[in-house]
Design a protein around this ligand. Structure first.
Ligand SMILES: [Zn+2]
Length: 68
């Protein structure tokens, strides 16, 4: 019997960071912050939260920077 377990992302939330500037291409107001919670799942049913993660992505140069 196979056990399907692992982690999956839930509660994905995207926000445009106004007044921000990309550190790579220097464009303003191009950064979108994405945050999500990571859950441990068993058969795709979330059991408990293992952490929160996030990153910003520039809509101009597509560079992604991860946030702690
Ligand atoms: Zn950029």
């Amino acid at each position: 019997m196979f056990l399907f377990l692992g982690t999956r992302e839930l509660n994905r939330n995207e926000t445009l960071l106004t007044g921000s500037q990309c550190t790579y291409c220097d464009q303003e107001n191009t950064l979108i912050e994405t945050r999500y919670d990571t859950y441990f799942h068993l058969f795709w049913i979330p059991l408990f939260k293992v952490g929160s993660q996030g990153h910003t992505q520039c809509t101009h140069c597509k560079r992604i920077e991860f946030i702690e």
